[in-house]
Design a protein around this ligand. Structure first.
Ligand code: SF4
Length: 286
């Protein structure tokens, strides 16, 4: 049993009448020559680390060494947003918070990367609280997210240096959207559409960290990507489909990533990093 594409994951889930998360877990156990309970136990540890970062991010006084980030998540968490649903606002604050913890060298789980570490945890905690989901099911959903990330890494990239921020925050959002869709009772096919609909809206996002630090715009992009994940999950759960099959969307992400100039692939030479303020901050901090 193996998979390289989302289509294969959907087919396996259909044949075995199991959530994608359970398929991914079983394959992981087989490949690692471990029992499923051992692999699940490792994910439980990751979820614990995620929860600690989710909590720290909106309660502690976080400040990065550079001084470029920290405090926004706590501020936003304490306010009632004007336009967002208040619960969504809290989730956004949590995504910001985990990314701030990362920027301050705190402990996080890279999912798929450190720069995009806030999206999946914030999405799953939101689903857990809103849908009253038990921990076991959340752990399975983390495997769903992992399977989506694995397919993206095999067929495109999960590295900003290789494929731009679409490969980091974009893939994280796709992982979150797929997991949210499955947690909400969506079919495996809907999970595939959620992934595609997310990536369609993230295609072309460049990697342009100011002063080469994973702070500006990385932290904010965790919030934006989380919103894309919510949108895509809701669209897919409504039955809205991507006109381009999900694996072709992932292929397009690879192509777009390869076409990005080097200046927009984590070199901090283009985009926001190359604005007058970005350059000034770089001179000051390096
Ligand atoms: S801008 Fe670059 S470094 Fe920052 S999160 Fe996106 S991919 Fe990572």
């Amino acid at each position: 049993m193996y998979y390289e594409t989302i289509k294969q994951l959907i087919r396996l889930a259909g044949r075995q009448k199991k959530p994608i998360g359970e398929i991914v877990l079983a394959i992981e156990a087989e490949q690692e020559n471990e029992s499923p309970s051992t692999i699940r136990g490792q994910m439980v540890i990751s979820w614990e680390v995620m929860k600690q970062a989710l909590d720290r991010g909106v309660t502690d006084n976080i400040r990065s060494v550079s001084g470029l980030s920290g405090g926004d998540a706590k501020l936003f968490f304490a306010r009632t947003p004007k336009f967002l649903n208040p619960d969504v606002g809290k989730a956004v604050a949590r995504a910001l918070g985990v990314a701030e913890v990362n920027a301050a060298m705190g402990k996080i789980v890279a999912c798929p990367t450190a720069g995009s570490c806030g999206i999946v945890p914030a999405a799953l905690l939101f689903a857990k609280e809103r849908l009253q989901i038990d921990e076991e099911t959340i752990i399975t959903a983390l495997f769903t997210a992992a399977g989506i990330g694995i397919v993206c890494s095999m067929n495109a990239s999960i590295s900003g240096a290789e494929g731009g921020c679409q490969a980091e925050c974009g893939v994280a959002a796709a992982m979150a959207a797929g997991a949210l869709t499955e947690l909400s009772g969506g079919s495996a096919t809907m999970v595939g559409h959620a992934v595609a609909l997310t990536l369609i809206n993230m295609l072309g996002l460049v990697c342009d960290p100011v002063a080469g630090l994973v702070e500006v715009p990385c932290i904010l992009r965790n919030a934006g990507a989380l919103m894309q994940a919510f949108l895509a999950a809701d669209l897919a759960l409504t039955g809205i489909k991507s006109r381009i099959p999900v694996d072709e969307v992932i292929g397009a992400m690879r192509e777009v990533g390869q076409a990005l100039p080097e200046s927009l692939r984590e070199t901090a030479l283009g985009g926001l990093a190359n604005t007058p303020t970005g350059r000034r901050l770089r001179r000051k901090l390096t």
